[in-house]
Design a protein around this ligand. Structure first.
Ligand SMILES: [Zn+2]
Length: 506
């Protein structure tokens, strides 16, 4: 039997085989989420020969998931041309595990301070390493994503077992595992589901400090007078709903200030706990972020904030948005191309100045949204009594959004769901669609208000459709895949997590 010679294969066939090997790692990973991570498969292939090493290094280094203890290795092994391969760095900041002695206790001030010190060291080290990387920051569409998260391995080991599934759930992996958690009466898991809410102290443990992770200026790296390095090529900053621990707004603003090319901030914080003070602190932080975005002094073009919540962690379902945050969001939106805010503010407050009857609030020269193309908001006003007022207010605002391509306002809760959508593509009539579980239809005055928007775009009227939604769409995890702007509102892996987890809650 003749020996197989790789080098005698035509180049086209060689490339097909190599591509198949890259694709095969996803199949292996999907078949068994507990299998060894895919990077190890590629590392094995890269060891075959120099030619294979050159080929597999690119997918191997494209996305890096790092613990803070991996940073020295990052500095050592990602050198030269390997730096050009990296497009995504996920710093998965990890704090020490804890036992059942502590799972129902809040973190102490000493623990909190130690986390801040370690977090400060990690960010200072990461930015110092990235600063020296050779990347072409000016190349169009040269996207570089920096992702941050913070957790303890203990967070998923006690009451919040869903966190153990999320720990390795990366946006660039296609995990579809259907994990069955064991019964654990001590932590309220029966029949693979929650059977009651964990105590407030247990919730505080996985949320960490109400202030969020902060920079501690007493850290040695800061004391030495070393400023945080600027990283000129990061275009996206992503913080997914992966874990409950928050980052303080002050820390996030310092990070953003050191990413001069930042174009997109996708932020999926958890709603503060229902003990009053915790939620106030989170809202104060969100206000700081929106205030900075409203100054329009950065390169930021897209802002998405998805404030998640669950029935076992929070009471009251979808909360009423904060009116002050809505006005800060409004000011921020004037400079953006894309804005998606879920649950944090209510569209009724966002469109307050255009609300029928509020004409006295309307200034003669209201600003235009000169860049805004995509807008998504949530609202309690999507109910049979207020929906027309909301749609009229949105139409009045849309007349000052000359580039608007899609606007979506949505809501959901026990027994109801509603989506109001306007979309406009060049060379096609504007499309107006109202989907609701109660079979809602718009009044004539509302249709006239949107006819004015269509006329501004050179059409006589919009194409209007009313859709009856199934009553099973009652949670944000279920309804979100019906939204046109789904991938802008929330990260793809996050909405898959939402769907997967909804069956664990009572
Ligand atoms: Zn425990």
């Amino acid at each position: 039997m003749p020996r197989f010679r790789w080098d005698r294969l035509p180049r086209d066939i060689q490339l097909i085989i190599l591509d198949l090997l890259v694709a095969e790692r996803w199949l292996v990973f999907r078949k068994s989420p507990s299998d060894q991570p895919p990077r190890q498969h590629l590392s094995t292939y890269a060891a075959v020969c120099r030619e294979w090493q050159a080929f597999f290094e690119k997918p191997n280094f494209r996305r890096l998931t790092l613990h803070q203890s991996d940073l020295p290795e990052l500095e050592r092994s990602v050198q030269g041309h390997r730096q050009q391969h990296v497009r995504w760095v996920w710093l998965r900041f990890q704090i020490p595990p804890y036992s059942c002695v502590d799972c129902r206790k809040r973190e102490t001030q000493t623990q909190d301070r130690n986390h801040d010190l370690e977090f400060t060291r990690a960010i200072w080290a990461l930015f110092r390493i990235l600063r020296s990387w050779k990347q072409d920051a000016t190349a169009p569409k040269n996207m570089f994503i920096l992702e941050l998260s913070a957790h303890s391995p203990g967070d998923g080991a006690h009451y919040f077992k869903e966190l153990s599934d999320r720990a390795d759930d990366a946006a660039h992996l296609n995990m579809r595992g259907r994990v069955k958690h064991p019964n654990d009466r001590r932590h309220h898991w029966r029949r693979h589901r929650w059977n009651r809410q964990p105590e407030m102290a247990a919730r505080h443990r996985v949320f960490g400090s109400k202030l969020g992770l902060r920079f501690d200026m007493r850290a040695a790296c800061v004391k030495k007078g070393t400023d945080l390095a600027k990283v000129p090529f990061v275009s996206h900053l992503i913080i997914r709903r992966q874990f409950h621990r928050a980052f303080s707004a002050k820390a996030l603003l310092v990070i953003a200030d050191h990413l001069p090319r930042l174009e997109l901030f996708q932020y999926e914080p958890w709603r503060g706990l229902d003990d009053g003070e915790h939620q106030q602190m989170r809202d104060r932080d969100h206000g700081m972020l929106l205030s900075r975005a409203a100054k329009h002094s950065s390169s930021l073009a897209a802002l998405s904030i998805f404030e998640d919540f669950t029935s076992h962690m929070h009471s009251g379902g979808m909360r009423f948005g904060h009116p002050v945050l809505a006005q800060l969001a409004l000011r921020a939106s004037y400079g953006l191309q894309r804005m998606c805010l879920s649950f944090l503010v209510d569209a009724k407050d966002f469109f307050r100045d255009s609300w029928p009857g509020n004409e006295d609030l309307q200034e003669a020269n209201q600003p235009e949204w000169t860049n805004l193309e995509y807008l998504a908001l949530t609202s309690h006003a999507l109910n049979p009594l207020e929906i027309d007022n909301l749609a009229v207010a949105a139409a009045k605002a849309a007349r000052r959004m000359p580039k608007l391509s899609v606007m979506e306002i949505w809501t959901c809760g026990p027994g109801y769901a509603c989506i109001f959508r306007y979309s406009f593509q060049k060379d096609d009539r504007p499309d107006l669609r109202l989907s609701s579980t109660w079979g809602c239809s718009l009044q004539k005055a509302t249709a006239v208000a949107w006819q004015h928007v269509a006329q501004d775009r050179g059409w006589n009227e919009s194409r209007t459709k009313e859709v009856l939604l199934d009553h099973r769409y009652t949670s944000h995890g279920q309804i979100i895949h019906l939204l046109d702007l789904q991938s802008t509102i929330i990260d793809n892996i996050s909405w898959r997590q939402l769907g997967r987890e909804s069956r664990w809650y009572p």
